[in-house]
Each structure stands twice: as structure tokens, then as C-alpha cells.
Design a protein around this ligand. Structure first.
Ligand code: HEC
Length: 230
């Protein structure tokens, strides 16, 4: 009996230490992180992203380690920090990258028409795309029956049957507003923090083409702003 007691006590101690290290300490550290000034709050639009399980194929977390170097050079932006998720409830980091990271999709692709058309039929834009077509967020109508105020989607030729038009339902418009709002191209680190972060990058990773390795190739001006924050 003596040994069992020791075993159980030992297990409890180990478990509580692990809980403290993995859950309590990070929670204390991160619970009061303020929102970056440039980060706009979004409304219920996020719900459409959740409801349609976009997270099954898309992450929202470019990183600095390992693949993170590639993340920046793909134009997905700087590594994310806790403050970037201030308005997310729940945070939609995701783990699968069947499709590209969407953390900065609003900056990379600001066109509502492109997003609407792409949701209606991804393969009209990217041949062979495995992203599902979200046709149920749209209505296919005769041009005559389009009501005033309805949003007609401009599509590449052949994306819809001859003589028909595609109208976006409110959920498609909400989802696109959410995607357009995904823009974390602002700078989050102070100059000192950025310098420290840069000094932590393994030199051999930066040896070849430093510019390419750490910058956001997306938009050169914004990339320069975020360069200090690889
Ligand atoms: C089965 C996996 C899958 C699901 C689910 C999925 N996507 Fe995608 N998505 C992809 C793939 C693959 C691509 C890249 C090819 C393309 O652009 O169509 C992509 C591309 C995109 C792009 C363009 C990204 C860029 O950098 O050009 C956006 C925006 C996007 N998806 C949004 C969404 C949204 C919103 C949802 C949920 C309604 C969603 N996706 C659900 C696989 C998926």
C-alpha cells in the first residue's frame, strides 16, 4: 500500500507541475495582452468561417521556425504573436495547410469580386484546386430576376451556365468581409525586440539571400516595415 501511495502522490505532483507549466503560466502571461492599434475588431462574420470548417484546410499562423522561413518568403507575412489574436474567439490558428495560410489574405487579395468568385468556383481561378466550391452561399438566377441591392458576382467566362447570373447570399458577403479584414501587416515589435528577434535567427539560414529569407515578398513597401520582425 505504501508504494501505491507514493506512486499516486508522485503522479499527482507531476500532473500539477505539467498543468502549471503548460496551461496556468502561459495563461497568466498572455491574458492581458492588448490589441495592436492597427488591428480592427471583426463582428459575427468570423462565424461563417467557423461554420464552414475553412480551418480544416487553412492555417492563420505564419511562424519563424522551420517552415516559418518559407512562410515569409511565400508572402504569408511575419510570424504571428499573441496580440494578433486579440479579437479572435476562439483563435483560428489551424493545423492543416491543404490551402495557403490566410493570416494576411486581406492584404494579399483585397478584391471582394475575386473572393466571391473563388468561393463560388475555386477551379475557375486556380485550375485543379482541391478547395470545395461553396455554391450554397450563392444563388444562380436569370438576369431579369435579380432584385435591387443584390450582389451579382462577376465571374470568369464559363464559370456558370450560359445566360445565368450568380448572386451572393449574405453569408458569402460576411465571409468575404471577414477574409478582407485578415490583415496583420502592421509592425508588432518595438525596434529593440525586433533586433533581438533578428539576432536569434540562425546565421546559416540567412547566409544565402538575406532579403528573400526574411522579408514578406508580397508588397515591397509593407515588407520593408515588417522586415525587422521576421
Ligand atoms: C479541402 C480543403 C479546403 C477547404 C475546406 C477550404 N479551402 Fe480554401 N483553399 C484550399 C486550397 C488547396 C487552396 C489553393 C488553391 C486555390 O486557390 O483554390 C485554397 C485557397 C484559398 C484562398 C486563396 C488563398 C491565396 O493565397 O490565394 C482563400 C481566400 C480560401 N482558400 C478561403 C477559404 C475559405 C473561406 C474556406 C471556407 C469557406 C476554405 N477556403 C475552405 C483548400 C481548402
Amino acid at each position: 500500500m505504501e508504494n501505491e501511495r507514493k506512486l499516486i502522490a508522485g503522479a499527482m505532483v507531476t500532473l500539477s507541475l505539467a498543468t502549471a507549466a503548460m496551461i496556468v503560466v502561459p495563461f497568466m502571461q498572455l491574458k492581458d495582452v492588448p490589441a495592436p492599434q492597427a488591428l480592427a475588431p471583426y463582428t459575427s462574420e468570423e462565424l461563417v468561417y467557423i461554420a464552414n470548417a475553412c480551418i480544416a484546410c487553412h492555417t492563420q499562423q505564419p511562424s519563424t521556425t522551420g517552415a516559418g522561413i518559407a512562410d515569409a518568403s511565400r508572402g504569408w507575412g511575419r510570424a504571428s504573436v499573441a496580440a494578433d489574436y486579440h479579437y479572435d474567439s476562439p483563435p483560428l490558428l489551424g493545423t492543416m495547410r491543404t490551402g495557403p495560410d490566410l493570416f494576411n489574405i486581406g492584404a494579399r487579395q483585397p478584391s471582394a469580386d475575386w473572393h466571391l468568385g473563388h468561393l463560388f468556383q475555386p477551379r475557375a481561378y486556380v485550375p485543379g484546386s482541391v478547395m470545395p466550391a461553396y455554391r450554397y452561399m450563392f444563388e444562380v438566377k436569370d438576369p431579369g430576376s435579380v432584385a435591387k441591392g443584390e450582389r451579382v458576382v462577376s465571374l470568369p467566362p464559363g464559370a456558370v451556365e450560359e445566360g445565368k447570373v450568380v448572386v451572393a447570399k449574405p453569408e458569402a458577403l460576411d465571409l468575404v468581409a471577414y477574409l478582407q479584414g485578415l490583415d496583420r501587416t502592421y509592425t508588432v515589435l518595438s525596434a529593440e525586440e525586433a533586433e533581438w528577434a533578428a539576432s536569434r535567427l540562425a546565421p546559416n539560414r540567412l547566409a544565402k539571400e538575406p532579403d528573400e529569407a526574411v522579408t514578406d515578398t508580397n508588397e515591397s513597401e509593407k515588407a520593408n516595415e515588417t522586415k525587422t520582425n521576421p
